[in-house]
Design a protein around this ligand. Sequence first.
Ligand SMILES: [Zn+2]
Length: 740
Amino acid sequence: MLAHDLSVELAPDRHELKARDRIALKVPANRQHVSFLLNSALRVASVQSRTEAGPRPLAYVTEPARGAPVAPSPSPLPSPVATDGATGPGERAGVRGKATGPRREATGEGERLVTVDLNGEVTSGQIVTLEWSYEGTINDPPREPRHLRFVTPSETAGYIGGEGVYLSGETHWYPEVPGSLPTFRLTVTTPEDWQAVTHGKQIAREARSTAARGTVTAQWDVAAKTEALTLVANRFVVQHRDWRDPSGRTIEVAAYLFPEDASLAQEYLDASVRYLETYSKLLGSYPFPKFAVVENFFASGLGMPSFTLLGSGVIKRHYVQPYALGHEIVHSWFGNWLFNDAAEGNWVEGLTTYLANYYYDEFSGSEAQAREQRRMMVLGYAVYVRPEEDYPVAHFRQKVDQKDNAIGYQKAAMIFHMLRRDIGDGAFWSGLRRLVAERGGAYSTWRDVEEIFAAAAGRNLRWFFAQWVERPGAPILGIMEALDQDGGPRVRQGSDGFVLQFRVVQAGLAGEPYRLNLPVSVNMADGRTHRVLAKVESRDQALTLHLPSRPLSVTIDPDFDSFRRLAREQLPPMLNLFVTDQHRTLVLPGMGTEADQEPYRGLAGQILSREPAVVQVSDQEFASLDGSVLVLGGPGVNRAADRVAQACGGRVSLGRDRFAVEGKTYEGTDKALLITCRRPDRPGTVVTLFYGLAPPAAAKVARLLFFYGWQSYIVFHDGTVVARGDFASPKEEVEVRLAE
Ligand SMILES: [Zn+2]
């Protein structure tokens, strides 16, 4: 047991904090010393014990805490399962887990260990109250994010200043016992026009003014056990409303926004209530007394127990989608109420991604959108995870790059999808509610998750978790020719219909074959589709289907319900195949005026500065190039544009003042085209062309080009998408047409 009664006074203009912390602590067995972590910039004035006999000063020693375990920082915001890229906020990653930033090592800041000598005051198991007084400056101004694709949340180790206050688990702004989950009573004093926000609920607020200055003191009660307490403060406009949860409890839903964004509050409050309604019905009572959307003075997307801290840029972009605010709210249960020691494997992001980014669509009846989310999860893995770099979901801790996102968020989300299909909706949802009810306020591992679902399903699920969580990779599935030795289709007409026989193979398999409940769909001559779940247990599984009508084609997993690896040849051509190819070449324009070439040269500069491995060539060298190629500039600007038209074949025609894709012609100087086709002579590689019918049309898209990586063609009008689509993959291995 550990409880803080913490009072802090914040002086933003001087970057200062002054604090008194009364810590009630149960003394561990046979211990006369207790160690706390505290920011090195905070000077301890005294530590006293408070007993019935009155306060008594205690001795303490301090030492650098290098390598000591550090409390996790708040959970990062999710990666959207990007279908639209440019309209979303982009992926963000962060450190849920025990990590310190290398930057702080370099500045010599950070935390230190303060070990207090209890001096025989107490016996083991007794509760002692230690009263600390300390103060100092916290002044690590937030930096611009270092990565374009991934915004790490820990761009500051804590800041108190005129622009705002941000004190997090990484700041170590109160004495903490590593690994403990304390509760708090927090009293915060700020300048009078400021508002502080922290976990739990504000229970009192009182303004005080003297001739010299005005202050306001707010009291917060944090009853839920907390990994690391975050405190923020700013000149917020606060709007809130009461929401009654399904059990009749009143939860405060609040928005703390800067005055210029205060008009967005209703939108955030409405969306918050919508998600709270949905998820408290699915998962059980919301675990905290409030939920708040809080605007931050630096770029961030952070989820803390009972509030989310979003940078101004994000707030202004209406961050209310399921993959955004919805994801944050699901973290209220998983991540901020059920904890995950990342060192033991991170199951929290996969489950949160499944429930928010994916399941909200299914729940609200958007089946087409839900299918697209599943397809994107399978595609993301195929594009970003090279087989030789793959690792088991059990080893995922936090997202550093797209590969981690594809494994730890997307594959893990698909594992929960397959689990749900395997054990059924009833067992799945009751298992989740049971997980929340039994493991709230505690750390859980993948094994704990498995045990709860096995209990809910009433059967052993070891094989499932071993196969999907502990083993790297995924099956590559194909249908073997459904032909018999005579070359005829293996379809027999029976007395009451047709019998179709074919084989599902697991290609290039290392190790045991996967056990799958594989959806198989057969299109029949009468126009109907016959769907079955096929049990696949061997690497070459013979299947026999009885059909009411003559089969025309058979498709494995047409709706992406089973996680698998699509070979690069099975994917539609798209810019992301260029992005993830090991051999990439950029073909620069060599014709036209300087003004014609300008937007492409600018874009090439951006790409090369970020991706030094990309080779750059002139537009006369195309023919000899290996790997995937990105051609910048159209006919009349880049000679290689004609080569792209050849690769794309009849579905495309490219001109200086117009282009046509899939039978539709686009004209006008405000149009631009991004198109990707396979290189017929080099399997697995693609060629992409980007051009505008005039330089400004290209310039408008260029900066965000790589957000449009998932489709074969995209047509832009004045920078906005007006048409998009995929060119089917030439070799669709999982579909077999049967002769009549
Ligand atoms: Zn997340």
